[in-house]
Design a protein around this ligand. Sequence first.
Ligand code: FAD
Length: 257
Amino acid sequence: MREIDITKGIVENHVASLFKALESDVVIVGAGPSGLVAGGILASKGFNITILEKRLAPGGGIWGGGMGYKYVIIQDEAKDILDEFNIPYRPYEGEYLSVDSISFASGLIFEATRRGVNIFNLTECEDLLVRDGKVAGVVVNSSLTQMAGLPVDPLTFEAKAVVDATGHDHDVVRTLSNKNDVKLNTPTGKPMGERSMFAETAEKAVVTNTKEVYPGLFVCGMSTAAVYGGFRMGPIFGGMLLSGKKLAGLLEEFCSK
Ligand SMILES: Cc1cc2nc3c(=O)[nH]c(=O)nc-3n(C[C@H](O)[C@H](O)[C@H](O)COP(=O)(O)OP(=O)(O)OC[C@H]3O[C@@H](n4cnc5c(N)ncnc54)[C@H](O)[C@@H]3O)c2cc1C
């Protein structure tokens, strides 16, 4: 056994993954539930999907359930998506299902990667490529470089479409709006900020507001609340899954044009 053979195996495979990502159909920023569902569905239809996740572990806000209690609740409206991703669940009181957050997060991640989604963890989207009034790709850097505050230049990936699936942060839309003189597809033309908790309204709005917010840039999941002034909803996740599924349909049409 030679250590450099192990190293070659890691380097060669990682570089091949990077090359695949350079010209993606879709780059999804954020590996929370909405991004993983959208990515998984699109990858199974043959699209070249890249997901960027700035943390070590993909899964976003799933892992901690509610206040560290490890179950999340999902409306049975989203049951088909759990079945599609092979996530185990148990019926809970009428219209709800209870899901172990650990199997929920790991199941979505596994199924997305099994279908060919190219997930880069420890990789942060720090800026966008904007060409002719349209988002055309992302500017990425290592999260470790960002955390250390080192002066290291980023790399770029091109994409037909980019998705802000960064949750509360709405990092991508915020960056686009702060750095460019652009008018977003929101009532104010700017990100509108998230409101306090109101689960029922919030869950519906997350799906309604899953859309193209600027040419070439889509929003899904919790970032829709921050961008469109929606309410937060706490640890109920059906809206996130349904948002991911709706996004996949929108992007399938968009990328096939
Ligand atoms: C740490 C955390 C704690 C949360 N706590 C609560 C809570 O207490 N109450 C509540 O109502 N909701 C909370 N949420 C949101 C809740 O979990 C959501 O309902 C659900 O997880 C949102 O799913 P999502 O698909 O929008 O993405 P999220 O689960 O929010 O995941 C977004 C992902 O994007 C990543 N990301 C962000 N910016 C970048 C970037 N620039 N580049 C690359 N990756 C990026 C994040 O690391 C994260 O993994 C929390 C989310 C997180 C991430």
